[in-house]
Design a protein around this ligand. Structure first.
Ligand SMILES: *Cc1c(COP(=O)(O)O)cnc(C)c1O
Length: 368
C-alpha cells in the first residue's frame, strides 16, 4: 500500500498515526468487545470518549470555563443559519465578507433573519469582493454597528486563501463570531476574543459529519421558541450535545486527533511546522519568476490553503496529470477561482510539501 501526498481541501488528510490507531481499535475498543461505532452513546465507554475529547480540546485551545463546547452535525453550512437563529433575537448583525465562505454565511443569514423574531436583520459591514477577495479590508473600510448582536468573520477563507492574522482580530465591543473551519487548531488562538467559534471537522479536526461549536455561555438562551429544539445551542449545551445521537465515530476520531496534536507539542508546536510548510510553498511560487502566481496580499496569505495559478493555463492539465503521477493529489483549484490549490492542513507532513515544491520547481524548469 502506498499513501498519496494529499492536498485535498476537504475532506482532507488525517494523521497516519490516528488512522492506524482507529484501525487497531475498530473491532474492539479498549476491551469493550465492539468498536466505538457500535456502542451506545449513553454508555460509560462512549461517555469517557466524549469527555476526554472535550478535555483535550479545552487544553489545546485554552478554552476558558465560561465557554461551552458543542459537538454538533450539519457542517459549518448549518451554522450559517443556526448562528442567526440563536443570536439575532430581534436585532441586527454585522458581516465582514472576505471570500466565498463568509459570503455564503452572509447570504444564509439574510435568508433566515426575516423568519426570526421581529426586527432581526443582517448588515454588510465590509466586503473585498471588488478586489476578487485577495486582501483584507482596511480598518477605514469597515462600517461597524456598535449595537450589533454580533460581528461575523471567516478567519480563513478556504477557497481564496485569505487568513486573518491573530494580531488583526480587534475587540469591537460586540461578540465576535468566527468560522474557523479550515484553520482551527493550526495555531494558538485567544478564545476569549470570540463569542462563538465554529468549524466543520473535515479540514483540521477529523471526518466529516461533526461540527464543533465553542460558545460563550452569555450567548446561550436567546433563541426564539420557533427555533427547532435540536438547533438551540442552550438545549444542546444543557444536554451535553446528546439531545439526540451525536456523531459518535467523528467525536472519537476528533479525540484521537487532539491527542496527536498534544504529541506534536500542542498548537505552538504544530504552528511551527505549519509556518515552515507555508513558507516553503510561497517561496517556491514567488521565486518562480511569474511561472506560478498567488494573487493574495502577502500580509493575509493563508498558511492552510495556498491557491495559485500557472501563468500559462494551457499547462494546467499536464501539471495535474504529472503531479498525480508523482503521487501529489488534490491540487485542482476550486472551480470559482480556477488554477491550483494546495491545502496543507495539520495532517499534511512537511515531507509532502517538500515533494510538491521539488515537483513544482522541476515542472517550471521543463516548461518555462
Ligand atoms: C468547508 C468550509 C465550510 C463548509 O463546511 P461544511 O461542513 O461542508 O458545511 C464553511 N466554511 C469554511 C471556511 C470552510 O472551509
Amino acid at each position: 500500500m502506498s499513501r498519496i501526498h494529499n492536498f485535498s481541501a476537504g475532506p482532507a488528510a488525517l494523521p497516519e498515526a490516528v488512522l492506524r490507531q482507529a484501525q487497531e481499535e475498530l473491532l474492539d475498543w479498549h476491551g469493550a468487545g465492539c468498536g466505538v461505532m457500535e456502542m451506545s452513546h449513553r454508555g460509560k465507554e462512549f461517555t469517557s470518549v466524549i469527555e476526554q475529547a472535550e478535555a483535550d480540546l479545552r487544553a489545546l485551545l485554552g478554552i476558558p470555563e465560561q465557554y461551552r463546547v458543542l459537538f454538533l452535525q450539519g457542517g459549518a453550512t448549518q451554522q450559517f443559519a443556526q448562528i442567526p437563529m440563536n443570536l439575532l433575537a430581534g436585532r441586527s448583525a454585522d458581516y465582514i465578507v472576505t471570500g466565498s465562505w463568509s459570503e455564503k454565511a452572509f447570504k444564509e443569514a439574510q435568508r433566515v433573519a426575516p423568519g426570526l423574531a421581529q426586527g432581526s436583520c443582517v448588515r454588510l459591514a465590509a466586503s473585498t469582493r471588488e478586489s476578487n477577495y485577495t486582501r483584507l479590508p482596511q480598518a477605514e473600510e469597515i462600517k461597524l454597528d456598535p449595537f450589533a448582536a454580533y460581528l461575523h468573520v471567516c478567519t480563513n477563507e478556504t477557497i481564496h486563501g485569505v487568513e486573518i492574522p491573530a494580531e488583526r482580530i480587534a475587540d469591537t465591543g460586540v461578540p465576535l463570531v468566527a468560522d474557523m473551519s479550515s484553520h482551527i487548531l493550526s495555531r494558538p488562538v485567544n478564545v476569549e476574543k470570540f463569542g462563538l467559534i465554529y468549524a466543520g471537522a473535515q479540514k483540521n479536526i477529523g471526518p466529516s459529519g461533526l461540527t464543533l461549536v465553542i460558545v460563550h455561555r452569555d450567548l446561550l438562551g436567546m433563541a426564539p421558541l420557533t427555533v427547532p429544539t435540536l438547533l438551540d445551542y442552550a438545549v444542546q449545551a444543557e444536554n451535553g450535545s446528546m439531545l439526540n445521537t451525536p456523531p459518535t465515530f467523528g467525536i472519537y476520531m476528533a479525540g484521537l486527533v487532539f491527542k496527536w496534536l498534544q504529541a506534536q507539542g500542542g498548537l505552538a508546536g504544530i504552528e511551527q511546522v505549519n509556518s515552515e510548510k507555508a513558507s516553503a510553498l510561497y517561496n517556491c511560487i514567488d521565486s518562480s519568476q511569474g511561472f506560478y502566481v498567488n494573487p493574495v496580499d502577502p500580509d493575509c496569505r493563508s498558511r492552510m490553503n495556498v491557491p495559485f495559478v500557472l501563468a500559462n493555463p494551457e499547462l494546467d492539465a499536464s501539471f495535474l496529470t504529472e503531479a498525480k503521477q508523482a503521487g501529489l493529489v488534490g491540487l485542482k483549484g476550486h472551480k470559482s477561482v480556477g488554477g491550483m490549490r494546495a491545502s496543507i492542513y495539520n495532517a499534511v507532513p512537511l515531507e509532502s510539501v517538500r515533494v510538491l515544491v521539488d515537483f513544482m520547481n522541476d515542472f517550471a524548469r521543463r516548461n518555462g
